[in-house]
Design a protein around this ligand. Structure first.
Ligand code: ASP
Ligand code: MG
Length: 424
């Protein structure tokens, strides 16, 4: 017997038939004798619709940055998950399973006060654990919690992944199964490289990089949480026949396990290739090479909520002037240039240059820590294809390379094959 949290995303509960199909997945685990809690998203498209409704309401006259009251936004957008949790509980009951829906406030899932993008602070797991022990399935509405002001809060888009991992941590589940419309985590995007392979296992840190760098399987925060609480998280498809052979296999079901690196015996040097499109590069030329210059650049950008990514500063040739290059999402270029312009005197640069439509491709793998030459292999492979590298940043487990947009797919495929990821 195991304790399992099963999470179903929007496409998995998109309509009543799919909800009934989800109920079959749950029944399979219940019949196997496991203790089960379920977390659901809203029906796909529902949250977008709700957000759209909020955005189309009249705004308070004179309100500056906030276009609407975030508490009311939460009251509205949290409703999608309320509906699916009730519907799934009914579908389960109809199959003879003892099931009960739970809203965030009923558990409660306590969050901070950042309405619209709240963080989970604490989950009271005792009642759910007690009921699971009695054979009842808790169907929890994802994405929502209870703020310190006693009002509904939501966890930011994609937040029901985070709800699921947090609940799994709170009830000390053996595994958190994330059912989605893909059947696992791949070595790269299969739409770009058909030879991409599904990974059996990936380490938390690698998954964190993959998620932050553009693989959209899981909300980044859910991976952070899984890493901190060591929640073994399993990505799998809800579209496979719930009763197909192996689906209920406790040790080796079809999908990708995100786990501690200790659990990964055959560690490859490189695990995956991620990419992020629509990057822009901004370069400040001939800055003074003295303390405080970086702070003068990146402080105001941060205050304007511009998400700066790669930062490359060159070592000055003469100790007086240097260059600084960084990337931002293409959509933020105008704003970033304005902020830099406003702060020109404080920063003290000569000219700003910028270029949009770039792509960042990243090579990820914890095996890099103990292997030399991983970066050189990438550079050589890209050179052979005539792909020019604009900037490079590295961490212990990642090499990120900035290139021209049109080369994105070629670069992804080239890197994928130069590390042998296309061969099983
Ligand atoms: N329904 C929410 C969203 O679309 C939360 C989730 O599905 O994870 O963002
Ligand atoms: Mg999602």
């Amino acid at each position: 017997m195991a304790r399992i949290v099963m999470k179903f995303g929007g496409t998995s509960v998109a309509d009543l038939d799919r909800i009934k199909n989800v109920a079959r997945h749950v029944k399979r685990e219940v019949d196997a004798g496991h203790e089960v809690a379920v977390v659901v998203s809203a029906m796909s498209g529902k949250t977008n619709e709700l957000v759209g409704w909020v955005q189309n309401m009249p705004k308070v006259a004179g309100a500056d940055h906030s276009i609407y009251d975030a508490r009311e936004y939460d009251a509205i957008v949290a409703s999608g998950e309320q509906v699916t949790s009730g519907l799934l509980a009914i579908a389960l009951q109809a199959m003879g399973i003892n099931a009960r829906s739970w809203q965030g406030w009923q558990i409660p899932i306590r969050t901070d006060n950042a309405h619209g993008a709240a963080r989970i602070l604490e989950i009271e797991g005792t009642e759910i654990i007690r009921r699971m022990g009695e054979g009842q399935v808790a169907v929890v509405a994802g994405f929502q919690g209870l703020g310190p002001d006693n009002r509904l809060s939501t966890l930011g888009r994609g937040g029901s992944d985070t709800s699921a991992v947090a609940i799994a941590a709170a009830v000390k589940a053996d595994r958190c199964d994330i059912y989605t419309d893909v059947d696992g985590v791949y070595t790269t995007d299969p739409r770009i490289e058909p030879k991409a392979r599904r990974l059996k296992k990936i380490a938390f840190e690698e998954m964190l990089e993959m998620a932050s760098l553009g693989a959209k399987v899981l909300q980044v925060r859910s991976v952070e949480l899984a890493m901190v609480f060591k929640v073994r998280t399993f990505v799998r498809s809800s579209f496979e026949d719930p009763d197909a052979p192996g689906m209920g296999d406790l040790l080796n079901p079809p999908g990708t396990l995100i786990c501690d690196e200790e659990e990964i015996v055959e560690q490859e040097v490189v695990t995956g290739i991620a990419y992020a499109k629509d990057e822009a590069q901004i370069s400040l030329r001939r800055l003074a090479d003295r303390p405080g210059v970086s702070a003068a650049i990146f402080g105001p950008l941060a205050e304007s909520h511009i998400n700066v990514d790669m930062i490359v500063q060159n070592i000055s040739e003469d100790g007086s002037k240097t260059d600084m290059t960084f990337t931002v999402p293409s959509g933020d270029v105008e704003k970033a240039l304005r902020v830099l312009g406003d702060n020109k005197d404080k920063i003290g640069y000569d000219v700003v240059q910028n270029e949009s439509g770039l792509v960042k491709v990243s090579v990820i793998g914890i095996g890099m820590r103990s292997h030399a030459g991983v970066a050189a292999t990438a550079f050589q492979a890209l050179a052979e294809k005539g792909i020019n590298i604009k900037a490079i940043t590295t961490s212990e487990i990642k090499i990120s390379i900035l290139i021209d947009g049109p080369y994105a797919e070629l670069a992804v495929r080239t890197l994928h094959s130069c590390y042998g990821l296309d061969k099983s």
